[in-house]
Design a protein around this ligand. Structure first.
Ligand code: ATP
Length: 284
């Protein structure tokens, strides 16, 4: 038996981390959305064969237990005493270590896919709870729908779909280590943000209010270490984005445009300046 799951990239429309839990994990307060830039995760399973294997088409990502997709399969197999294995092949389209949750989305795709192939009947809320053992973005990626995400990442409040808009996503030629950024956070020093405006904007489907209420407390932190990120954001605004922001811990920056023609113009203006540029829409 086999299935292919789409693993979409996520963007943080809003991101704050109010404090650290005693176990060292962050408390999050985020609005996340998913876009039509996706990895494809093909999963085959055969009864009686308990081996798990992962292969990606990148040549540089690990194929062993360091791969989040591998960890997801192992977790389900152990938790539910499954007497079958899985052969996982990942076609990567989402840039790696970009702040777009590619690894987490692959892991969530494996959780969804194996839940079906192994007939486990696990409810999404339980899958999300399990996913937290892998990474804080996995619970959101189980749903991959616009949502308010809080707690350690496991509290997911689905929101209405976004109004019509285009995202121009640009990844500068540098990789940012999420754990490294998280270690640098001093919660007392962060300029914390109010999420209410963004929640209301999404609930109302108000394009302008969404643009006005973007926020990411980590943007100044990563931006200080890599000024190209802030330059890229400035360039996006200069060349027509109605709003722009770094996603997650960076370095990806996204710009928002209401009209496709304007987004296309922005893409053309960024090419040459930035090696990886994508024009995508929110997944609805
Ligand atoms: P986040 O925003 O959730 O921190 P990210 O987009 O910054 O994620 P990923 O692309 O998920 O980062 O990769 C982060 C690290 O995870 C990489 O260093 C990579 O080696 C590791 N990794 C493990 N499995 C995967 C996978 N299936 N796809 C991408 N990276 C993976």
């Amino acid at each position: 038996m086999e299935t292919t799951e789409k693993a979409p990239a996520k963007l943080n429309l809003f991101l704050d981390t109010p404090y650290n839990h005693s176990d060292g994990l962050q408390e999050w307060n985020m609005v996340m959305t998913s876009v039509d830039l996706a990895d494809y995760v093909k999963i085959e399973t055969k009864p009686g064969k308990r081996a798990i294997s992962v292969h990606t088409d990148t040549g540089f990502l690990p194929n062993d237990s360091r791969n989040l997709a591998f960890q997801a399969a192992k977790l389900l197999q152990q938790e539910f005493h499954v007497q079958a294995g899985a052969k996982i092949r990942i076609t990567k389209n989402i840039p790696v270590a970009a702040g777009m949750g590619g690894g987490s989305s692959d892991a969530a795709a494996v959780l969804r896919g194996l839940n079906n192939l192994w007939n486990l009947g696990i409810a999404p809320v339980k899958l999300a709870e399990l996913g937290l053992q892998i990474d804080s973005d996995v619970p959101y990626c189980v749903y991959s729908q616009t949502a308010h995400v809080y707690g350690k990442g496991e509290q997911i409040q689905l929101l209405r779909k976004l109004p019509g808009m285009y995202f121009v996503i640009a990844k500068p030629k540098l990789s940012v280590s999420t754990p490294k950024i998280l270690r640098q956070i001093d919660h007392a020093q962060l300029k914390h943000l109010e999420i209410q405006g963004m929640l209301e904007a999404v609930k109302q489907g108000d394009f302008n209010a969404i643009c006005q209420n973007l926020g990411n407390v980590l943007e100044p932190l990563t931006g200080q270490m890599h000024p190209q990120i802030l330059q890229l954001k400035e360039r996006m605004l200069k060349y027509g984005a109605e709003a722009a922001q770094m996603s997650g811990t960076g370095p990806t920056v996204f710009g928002i445009c209401r009209k496709e023609s304007r987004a296309q113009h922005l893409v053309n203006s960024l090419k040459g300046f930035c090696p990886e540029v994508y024009l995508v829409r929110p997944l609805n």
